[in-house]
Design a protein around this ligand. Sequence first.
Ligand code: IPM
Ligand code: MG
Length: 351
Amino acid sequence: MNYKIATLPGDGIGPEIIEQAKKTLVAVGNKFGHTFNFEGAYVGAIAIDKTGVPYPDKTHELCMNADAVLFGAIGDPKYDNDPKAKVRPEQGLLKMRKELGLYANIRPVTTFPSLLHKSPLRKDIVEGADFVVIRELTGGIYFGDKGRSEDLTSAFDNCVYTTEEIERILKLAYSYAAKRNKRLTVVDKANVLATSRLWREIAQKMDKEYSNIETDYMFVDNAAMQLIQWPKKFDVMVTENMFGDILSDEASVITGSLGLLPSASVGVHTSVFEPIHGSYPQAAGKDIANPIATVLSAAMLLESLNLLEEAKAIRKAVNMSLEANVVTEDISADEKAHKTTEVGDWIASNI
Ligand code: IPM
Ligand code: MG
């Protein structure tokens, strides 16, 4: 089969890690008889530099016409310390999510035995943790009205959710729980927020329809605590946009595998696959960034195209590279750290 893959490397280490994922997909294509046609486009700070806007129409068109999008990372320090910047790379990401209708961000959190010593948690707490965080991605405080009062002494960000938005993300979360261990944790702040009370009301209704799934409810502050105390007790966790932003970052570091974890954003139009880590500007151009999270994002991309054996081949080659310690400096077990490109070549040649 032929597949059109839009590649959006973005900023920082983005271009280097996307290159390794492309190599891997080419190797998969050769082995399984597929052709992946890659076409690249700008997003983020680089897009602002080149075109003046962080998510150009041309990029959007390419994504709309692709079978899947492989995304690197966005963000540049020159914007981070300038709260007054009129255009920001992050706006590109939010626009992309909205325009592609990517209402769900899915982050599987798994442990890798060789990396448990990197976890900030005790090995017995984290070993074997295996859960998925599902974050609502196109609603809530991120997309509500925001602004400043005329005299500039106050500011506001509205948090809005509609019944429809809540139902569709919960439905998706239930479908994940059904495929896994049949437990769903709905995280909210229903003791304080009106939007959370609507979430809980809807979830409690749906809860009855999905009687084969065990649903429980947790306030977000409690969830933040339980995630580090008993990460193993979670199966699927679903929550709104802002809570999900925070909890999914927390979840991603507890296994010690930040550089290894992929994610998918799915919804109405083309799905987007990206590593969970950021643009790591300090490492840009140095050939030291860990490409594995992006390579595993390519595996998730293949799964979304129902190319399951192909995805398995990637996962297997990645596990082999970890076992052989053909890895970058962030996770290397000895002094012999490998370069980004070496790890990419090694994985591709072991497909
Ligand atoms: C993420 C990021 C983004 C977000 C930023 C870069 C806008 O933190 O993908 O989690 O807050 O959604
Ligand atoms: Mg985030």
